[in-house]
Design a protein around this ligand. Structure first.
Ligand code: NI
Length: 138
């Protein structure tokens, strides 16, 4: 994502010592080298989650894994995707192994519509695994 360069503002934060120690351990484990980037990411994550909850615009990916030998699963997944064509940007199909297919579906739209699509795909009998990952599209 390209964004206009904005000025950085410094501000002080007071935290209980044990909370700060846990935070440092947490961000260290996540690979952050400084607190500023970690705090900014956590704030953005909260905003995305809030936007999602309020039906704001999000973009992201739905991944599903299923056995393609069950033909009714394949047909059902296709039907659902065609019904939600307005919010699907692209779909990539990967033949994982002899039995399993992985589909990565890029989506963009209101949080409610994206969640409805993800829920429909997830609930198809024969889908073994599914994830939804979103970021703010605003
Ligand atoms: Ni396949």
């Amino acid at each position: 994502m390209t964004q206009a360069r904005t000025a950085l503002v410094r501000f002080g934060v007071s935290l209980e010592e044990h909370l700060l120690r846990r935070f440092d351990a947490f961000i260290g484990a996540e690979g952050y080298s400084n607190r500023s980037k970690a705090i900014a990411d956590l704030i953005r994550k909260e905003f995305v989650s809030d936007s999602f909850a309020r039906g704001g615009k999000v973009a992201g990916a739905i991944t599903i894994v299923y056995d393609h030998h069950k033909r009714e699963v394949v047909n059902r997944l296709l039907d659902i995707q065609h019904d939600h064509g307005a919010i699907i940007i692209s779909a990539q199909h990967v033949h994982l192994d002899h039995d399993n297919c992985l589909e990565i579906i890029a989506v963009k739209g209101s949080g409610a519509k994206v969640k409805a699509l993800a829920d429909s795909l997830k609930s198809v009998k024969g889908v073994k695994h599914s994830t939804l990952s979103v970021t703010s599209a605003a």
